[in-house]
Design a protein. Structure first.
Length: 383
């Protein structure tokens, strides 16, 4: 279907706002401008064990691989920032990336809202075709978000929006309708700032806009299914799942104006949206009591059945029990003390080698750290 539907663009964006999205823009269905860079990044091996990216790389050349008759790619953004994490956390606890704080999986929430947006299009343009996409289809979503004017790529490779920073999810609704396209965000606003690059504890950035995922804490704690290399384990610090460091230090995230009505026009919406009642989706991302921070001791006690029951609908299910408990053991190795040795010794007997080996590493780290500190403490007392 290729009949022009330009008069649908404004009503569509109003509906996106009503459904709770904080950003909305529309891009043409073209080969994404970053496609060649994506291929080169894969060729350098920087995707690590994310083999699904390699297997479907050709499909990412054009959105027609996702929907054959696509003409427009509607991009939406959903802010997931709900509150500030604690600056300091007790020994034995761990940090979770804020996008995973809530009970629900963001894929489910966004797809549910995109389906409602698709229903709106079908009601306004009977016979049109649509397909909602959240992460799992071979679509370079960040490239299309940039094409749709939602933001620019920071030096940390994250998409940054002037008004809400980078703490937002992306979703796409593909359609065969020809809509009005937004101006791409051609400019960048990072200047000479290198805060994100300088803050990375595992030196995952080779240069601005050049991330080696194999060193990234998010990759190591979520995507890597094997043992975390010993030379990187210490750098993961107290992160259990994901990492927010390169976003948290970004001035555009720290000093963002926010997603209020004053910035509607800058976020893809008209002033007519100001008086609209909208769905509030923020409750889905409010941190649960056991994730901000997470208790590593309690995590290491989880049986496979308990893990499944607790994280069945959570992003934390992705590394599976073995991966998450591996991470918990490493956090204790990095930040724990002698009081954590009993749970680590128990974890060292876990049937999952990934868990038992991480626990043994952590035991050695805790013991060596206390061995080094003990003489200093005794000397101080003598004085």
């Amino acid at each position: 279907m290729t009949n022009p539907s330009h008069n649908l663009t404004a009503p569509l964006k109003r509906e996106a706002y009503r459904l709770g999205f904080d950003l909305c823009g529309i891009a043409p269905a073209v080969t994404p401008p970053g496609y060649d860079h994506f291929l080169e990044w894969l060729d350098r091996g920087h995707a690590g064990e994310m083999h699904y990216l390699e297997h479907r790389k050709e499909a990412r050349k054009h959105p027609e691989s996702v929907m054959p008759d696509v003409n427009s790619v509607i991009m939406v953004g959903l802010n997931y920032e709900t509150e500030e994490p604690p600056k300091d956390i007790p020994p034995g606890t761990a940090r979770v990336s804020r996008y995973a704080w809530g009970e629900a999986d963001y894929h489910d929430i966004i797809k549910q809202q995109l389906k409602k947006l698709a229903d709106f299009l079908h009601a306004e343009a009977p016979g049109c075709h649509t397909r909602p996409v959240v992460d799992t289809a071979p679509l370079l979503e960040r490239d299309f978000a940039q094409l749709a004017g939602l933001g620019w790529f920071g030096k940390n490779t994250m998409l940054i929006n002037k008004w809400i920073g980078s703490y937002f999810f992306l979703g796409a609704l593909l359609t065969d309708l020809e809509l009005d396209y937004d101006e791409p965000h051609h400019t960048t606003h990072c200047g000479t700032c290198t805060a994100c690059l300088d803050a990375c504890p595992t030196d995952a950035f080779n240069a601005p806009h050049d991330l080696d995922a194999r060193k990234c804490i998010s990759y190591l704690t979520i995507e890597l299914k094997d043992h975390i290399p010993e030379e990187l384990s210490a750098g993961t610090g107290d992160w259990l799942f994901g990492c927010d460091i390169c976003q948290a230090v970004c001035p555009w995230t720290r000093h963002r104006p926010g997603a209020d009505t004053l910035t509607l026009g800058r976020r893809g919406f008209s002033e007519q949206c100001e008086e609209m009642e909208r769905e509030d989706l923020s409750g889905h991302f409010v941190p649960t009591a056991d994730l901000n921070p997470a208790d590593c001791v309690e995590l290491l006690k989880l049986t496979p059945e308990q893990f499944k029951a607790r994280f069945k609908h959570s992003p934390l299910s992705r590394p599976k029990r073995a991966g998450l408990l591996r991470n918990a053991a490493i956090v204790l190795g990095n930040t724990g003390n002698e009081s954590h040795l009993p749970i680590l010794e128990s974890a060292a007997q876990d049937k999952e080698e990934l868990v038992s080996e991480a626990a043994k590493w952590a035991i050695n780290k805790v013991k060596s750290r206390n061995t080094i500190l003990l003489p200093l403490g005794e000397a101080t007392e003598d004085e």
